[in-house]
Design a protein around this ligand. Structure first.
Ligand code: ADP
Ligand code: MG
Ligand code: ZN
Length: 628
């Protein structure tokens, strides 16, 4: 079943026009003349003259280039043609032979034929194509039925019956809570009497809420696969129409169809496109259309009888932008959170998708899941696919553990860009920068251990990166952990300052991250003495990066900014001190990274724990050889 409501590929209009024009041209050039000519016999001038002299020519028609004449042979008239040659005696000869000199075209029949083929047929073809096109246009706007104009404004919602998606709940890994809530709905649709006997009525609508790529659409498809009732699916954007009132008409039609087919499920994907908060009187017509559509949706939801068994599912990743009226009891009053998967969920999702590819037995899904912290279901699916692609690229038949590890990096940090060549000086700076991060992280308690450091540039623009992987998941972060995180982010720049006494643009992403954490600590997590537990920012759009909006006075904002700077500076100084105290290790590790380009967490810890070599690798310039 195709829940995406895709229409079959359509050729653009102009293609049909081109075909029509070419057809007419061909008709005129090839078919017509040959039809005309076929019945005319071509002769040379002397044959013509001898026929005239013998008295066989009954009529002659002298045109500018040709002479058409009719010869009577054995009682049969044949039309012939010959070229016209400047011949002053001709008229006399014709006259003498008793040939009638006629002014008309040689063959009346062929004129009618040429009119027919040259004008009437092409025009007819044009009219037919036009009618057919307009019919197609109608059906793509309306319902596709033969009603033409009458079906204008019918919805595209298609009826999908039974499990033709082939997608079941077992294809959705993790998300147990969401599955449980949805199973209840499926169950109700199968056995409504169990619920009605006890007096319970199902919620009319359930809203799947969660970040992009967590499997909301997939879950809805799985409901369709599990429930043996008709399933109507439409995406919010399909309600947005060119003409005012069309969206509302579609909603009306959708619910009319659903009511006829009850019990059934109606699924509205990306409902935020129509369900955005209504703002007061707007001047733009676009808003008006959306508002009408939303109002119609609300009216329909109120209007139908819940006990009939129509359940409405909707999905969105911006619940906070939805109109409150949609979330009122009796409408989408049940929220089904579909969150980013946890460690176990990630492992399960990886396993579900890995079933589709060939993998070696040594692949450790728990390790991969651990390294892919924060990845969504869609990203994990992507990681599995990337691993398979990598295996193919390397000519292997199975995906292996390194394939998966590399594909995590690809999905997180972009592809390795082997052909981007850093100068040796740049490479050295990047080495110290990355080791700076890693060393600061390693020297603090409560920060995630280093998993891998690399200075191979990525397509995303990162010149190198340090990957930290938490041993286990955690959901609460202490103030110290957050501070350590900030210190780790500043560690890259701190190493540059310490070794090269100059700073580069390489730390821009670190700066952004550090600022974000510091700001949130003070404005939202109540982790400063000055502001106690007072929130200074509200976060909207929680699943899409989170736009913070300030809720404090201008003076407080100024103070907040000052506190953020102080907090980051303190951590920056801490990082500098850590690196200063371990400068020998900084040099040793940076040298290793410079030479090997990649260092694993184990190698890193081994070097960190072994005593410093007797000969100190003190000056970075030594590594650069002649270039420095
Ligand atoms: P959403 O609608 O929440 O943005 P989708 O349902 O479109 O996300 O998910 C995109 C893809 O990600 C799915 O087709 C599936 O391959 C994969 N995916 C996401 N979540 C899961 C999951 N929990 N289990 C298995 N695959 C998942
Ligand atoms: Mg979706
Ligand atoms: Zn950095």
């Amino acid at each position: 079943m195709n829940l995406d409501n895709k229409k079959p590929g359509k050729r653009p209009l102009y293609v049909y026009y081109i075909i029509a024009v070419v057809a007419i041209l061909l008709l005129n050039i090839l078919v017509l003349p040959s039809l005309q000519e076929r019945s005319i016999e071509k002769t040379d001038y002397s044959t013509f003259l001898s026929n005239v002299d013998r008295g066989n020519v009954s009529t002659a028609n002298i045109q500018s280039d040709y002479i058409y004449y009719v010869v009577r042979k054995n009682g049969v008239d044949t039309t012939c043609r010959t070229v016209r040659i400047e011949d002053p005696d001709l008229i006399k000869r014709l006259y003498a032979a008793g040939t009638a000199i006629v002014p008309e075209e040689p063959q009346k029949q062929s004129i009618i034929l040429s009119l027919l083929l040259g004008y009437v047929v092409p025009i007819g073809i044009f009219i037919l194509i036009g009618r057919w096109l307009s019919k197609k246009l109608m059906s793509s706007m309306g319902n596709g039925g033969p009603g033409g104009m009458m079906s204008f404004g019918k919805s595209n919602a298609k009826v999908y019956v039974k499990s033709s998606t082939g997608i079941k709940f077992s294809d959705v890994a993790g998300e147990d809570e969401a599955k449980e809530l949805l199973t209840e709905i499926v169950d109700y649709l199968h056995n409504p009497h169990i619920y009605t006997e006890i007096g319970a009525s199902m919620p009319k609508g359930a809203l799947l809420v969660g970040p992009p790529g967590t499997g909301k659409t997939l879950l809805a498809k799985a409901v369709a696969g599990e429930a043996e009732v008709p399933f109507f699916s439409i995406s919010g954007s399909e309600f947005v129409e060119m003409f005012v009132g069309m969206g509302a008409a579609k909603v009306r039609d959708l619910f009319k169809q659903a009511n006829e087919k009850a019990p059934c499920i109606v699924f509205i994907d990306e409902i935020d496109t129509i369900g955005k908060k209504r703002d007061g009187a707007g001047f733009s017509g676009g808003n008006d259309e959306r508002e009408q559509t939303l109002n119609q949706l609300l009216t329909e939801m109120d209007g139908f009888d819940g006990s009939k068994g129509v359940v409405i599912l909707a999905a969105t990743n911006r619940p906070d932008s939805l109109d409150p009226a949609l979330l009122r009891p009796g409408r989408f009053d049940r929220r089904i959170p579909v969150e980013l998967p946890d460690l176990q969920g990630r492992e399960e999702i990886l396993r579900v998708h890995a079933k589709k590819i060939k993998i070696s037995d040594s692949v450790r899904f728990d390790e991969i899941a651990k390294a892919a912290a924060g990845a969504s279901g869609a990203e994990l699916a992507n990681i599995v696919n990337e691993a398979a692609l990598r295996a193919v690229r390397d000519g292997r038949k199975f995906a292996t553990q390194p394939d998966f590890e590399e594909s995590i990096e690809v999905v997180i940090a972009g592809y390795q860009k082997k052909n981007r060549v850093l100068s040796n000086k740049e490479k050295l700076i990047v080495s110290y920068h990355e080791i700076g991060h890693a060393l600061v992280a390693a020297m603090q308690t409560d920060s995630a251990p280093v998993h891998k450091i690399t200075i191979i540039p990525r397509t995303s623009g990162a010149l190198g990166y340090t990957m930290q992987v938490d041993e286990k998941e955690h959901f609460l972060m202490s103030k110290e952990e957050l501070e350590n995180k900030i210190a780790t982010f500043t560690g890259g720049r701190a190493a540059e300052e310490l070794i090269f006494h100059s700073i580069t643009t390489g730390a821009s992403n670190d700066i952004e991250q550090a600022t974000k954490i510091a700001r949130a600590m003070i404005s939202r997590y109540g982790m400063s003495d000055e502001f106690d537990m007072v929130a200074m920012e509200n976060v909207s759009n929680q699943y899409l990066g989170g736009d913070a909006s300030l809720t404090c006075s201008f003076e407080t904002q100024t103070l907040l900014d000052k506190k953020v700077v102080e907090l980051v500076r303190r951590q920056h100084e801490k990082a500098l001190k850590i690196l200063q105290d371990n400068i020998g290790k900084l040099h040793e590790l940076a040298k290793y990274l410079y030479e090997h380009e990649t260092i694993t967490g184990d190698e890193f810890m081994k070097i960190l724990e072994q005593p410093l070599p007797a000969v100190e690798t003190s000056q970075p310039g030594e590594l650069l050889g002649t270039e420095a």
